[in-house]
Write a new protein. Structure first.
Length: 68
């Protein structure tokens, strides 16, 4: 007796994948680097700003490639 299962492919939008990576990165920065501490220096603030700008660029290119 053979069972033929339908192969289900889980398709995830690239924008959702980029957002998940961004959130995980921000949680890492919050817990390990303590970005949201009261004594945040310029270095930690610039890390968060750079991470957010990388997120926005990746989100732009993900949405641009999904439209094609």
């Amino acid at each position: 007796m053979e069972f033929h299962y339908l192969k289900k492919e889980i398709l995830m939008d690239k924008s959702i994948f980029v957002t998940i990576i961004y959130v995980l990165g921000m949680v890492f920065c919050a817990l390990v680097l303590k970005i949201w501490n009261a004594e945040t220096s310029i270095k930690e603030a610039s890390i968060a700003l750079a991470w957010t700008s990388i997120y926005l660029i990746a989100l732009f290119y993900a949405n641009k490639n999904e439209k094609k």
